[in-house]
Design a binder for this molecule. Sequence first.
Ligand code: APR
Length: 179
Amino acid sequence: MQVQFGSCRIELAQGDITAEEVDAIVNAANSALAGGGGVDGAIHRAGGPQIMEETDRDYPDGCSVGNAVATGAGKLSATYVFHAVGPIWSGGDSGEPDLLTSAYRSCLELATERECRSIAFPAISTGVYGYPMDLAAEHSLATVRDFLIDRQKPALVRFVLFGAGAYGAYARVLESMTS
Ligand code: APR
């Protein structure tokens, strides 16, 4: 599914984000940038040790929740990996929506600073961090849509969802944005 916002497009895809041929791939990282399972494990496995060497060298203090930092992409076909740290869900009254929005916005700012035309996001925080998928879809898609309308870049934002449930949740929200 895809929806155009001015000269920019949001696309939804199902699959493994490490296979994406885009300028920047977003990692769902932790604040120590220590690696992990899920997207994080898949990116470091496919991209090779160079990515962790860069985070250790350039960001020894890690990255705070709601922010993102950039490295090269090692053996991945992308140019950059943006390591975004989403919030851990703890009921929704601890600022989780603002922190999730901020993590997405940080990646979009990094993409525009680096003149990326395309970026692929996973559903940040919806795995180990427990953010409910329907809410994550609403909050992340609204953030990206508002950024694209405001800034008219990057040209392509693709959400790469793992499984039919995640894709369905995102498709329902994106569909509602067209009416
Ligand atoms: N491609 C796309 N999506 C994936 C992939 C993949 N290869 N692997 C997992 N996912 C999906 C999950 O199904 C989930 O919907 O990405 C979403 C985010 O899940 P996590 O990777 O668990 O990320 P998050 O919830 O943000 O938790 C971050 O997990 O791996 C650790 O180091 C990481 O501590 C950090 C925490």
